[in-house]
Design a protein around this ligand. Structure first.
Ligand code: ASP
Ligand code: MG
Length: 405
């Protein structure tokens, strides 16, 4: 019998009516002759609320207790969904991450899966029952409850699909699939029928919010077939698949954007071996996650280094640079948080010259100045003024022929 993993995000199970609808869909899946395993997120905005609640109670928030608190959200959702399934005559059992066999490291709030022992899930399936698993959770090698981090339910679903050799992993969400651009910015964005793992990874790394990047990495590594789709229309969504080498590849498949980063520039840095190593080692040591890095050609033995960091890390990143500036003999440090990044992504870029040139021409035509550029084999990104991001995304989306007609 085909085995389908179905993951439902927070909005999909936000209230009793939604939970009953999800149960109805699961029941139908089973009645059509499939085995099903379900993964649920916490209801609606519950994870945010639990985090807020913790802040209201105390400014001391031990990781162990935070994880215990947050994972309660998924626990509530999974028990309620099981009840709804029972009322439809579908036998179902809820499982915490620990009961489902998720062993993780001890890194609270962002635990990594070290092993999955799905024996209990398999037994339940063999007994004709539907396991309903609380997403984004596990038990650590120290036997404590752990949380896999925001968006971790996607990873739970992919890991279960891999471990049980499922036929497909369906990620149900509040949008009909993966789009060629954010539909809130680009009303003429299209739902993609299919996208390759490589393209989706680049998209999630440059601003496409769903599915969680980590789950896409996991799925690519193990070849887990993903289907991103809507729990509101129940229509087929976007398939995420291995690239098909026999097919002609789109030059540009999507335009993404990210307004969550800021830019730091260290100017007048001596052009000597070891300076960049020193700077970025110190940034890494305090947990600042650096992204685009650009270094100029040196002029009279000095150069400028610019890089982007998440806005939340800006103060810390600037502090580190300022502290180091004297030691490494840099002239100054400046920062800018009014930036945004626009990226074009397409597997066909590898074999087609002039794609970057077209991107720059389109932006120039809109009077948009490019402040930084970075590329990968299948992506070109530009940093522009934040206030011009909408215009940048829209113009690129139509210039590369992605608009719906
Ligand atoms: N509920 C958690 C979150 O919103 C984890 C998840 O469901 O992915 O991030
Ligand atoms: Mg979620």
């Amino acid at each position: 019998m085909p085995l389908v993993i179905q993951k439902f995000g927070g909005t999909s199970v936000a209230d009793p009516e939604r939970i009953r609808e999800v149960a109805d869909h699961v029941a139908r899946t089973v009645r059509h002759g499939n085995d099903a395993v379900v993964v649920v997120s916490a209801m609606g905005k519950e994870t945010d609320e639990l985090i807020r609640l913790a802040g209201d109670v105390s400014h001391v928030r031990p990781g162990r207790e935070m994880d215990m608190l947050i994972t309660a959200g998924e626990r509530k959702a999974m028990a309620l969904l099981c009840m709804a399934l029972h009322s439809l005559g579908v036998p179902a059992d809820s499982f915490t991450g620990s009961q489902a066999g998720f062993i993780t490291d001890t890194n609270h709030s962002n635990a990594k899966i070290v092993e999955l022992r799905p024996d209990r899930l398999r037994k339940a399936i063999d007994a004709g029952r539907v396991p309903v698993i609380g997403g984004a959770q596990g038990v650590s090698t120290d036997h404590d409850v752990t949380f896999l981090g925001r968006g971790g339910s996607d990873t739970t679903a992919v890991a279960v699909c891999h471990a049980l050799e499922g036929d497909a992993c369906e990620l149900y969400t509040d949008v009909p699939g993966v789009f060629t651009a954010d539909p809130r910015l680009v009303p003429r964005a299209r739902r993609m029928g299919a996208v390759s793992f490589d393209e989706l990874l680049e998209m999630t790394a440059t601003g496409c919010p769903k599915p969680a990047m980590r789950s896409v990495e996991y799925a690519r590594r193990w070849g887990v077939k993903l289907h991103v789709r809507s729990a509101f229309t129940w229509e087929p969504g976007t398939w995420v698949l291995e690239e098909d080498p026999s097919m002609e590849q789109a030059i540009v498949s999507a335009v993404t954007h990210d307004t969550g980063e800021a830019k730091v520039t260290v100017s007048g840095v001596p052009d000597q071996p070891g300076i960049a190593a020193r700077l970025f080692r110190e940034l890494a040591a305090v947990g600042v996650n650096v992204d685009m890095i650009v270094q100029n050609v040196s002029d009279h033995g000095v150069t400028d280094i610019s890089f982007t960091v998440p806005k939340d890390d800006l103060v810390q990143g600037t502090d580190v640079c300022q502290r180091l500036a004297d030691e490494i003999g840099a002239v100054g440090v400046s920062s800018d948080s009014d930036i945004a990044r626009v990226s074009i992504i397409g597997a066909g870029m590898k074999s087609n010259p002039g794609v970057a040139a077209t991107m720059f021409e389109v932006l120039a035509g809109e009077g948009i100045n490019i402040e930084m550029i970075s590329t990968s084999a299948i992506r070109t990104s530009c940093v522009v003024r934040e206030g011009q991001i909408e215009q940048a995304v829209q113009s690129l989306h139509s210039a590369f022929g992605l608009d719906t007609v």
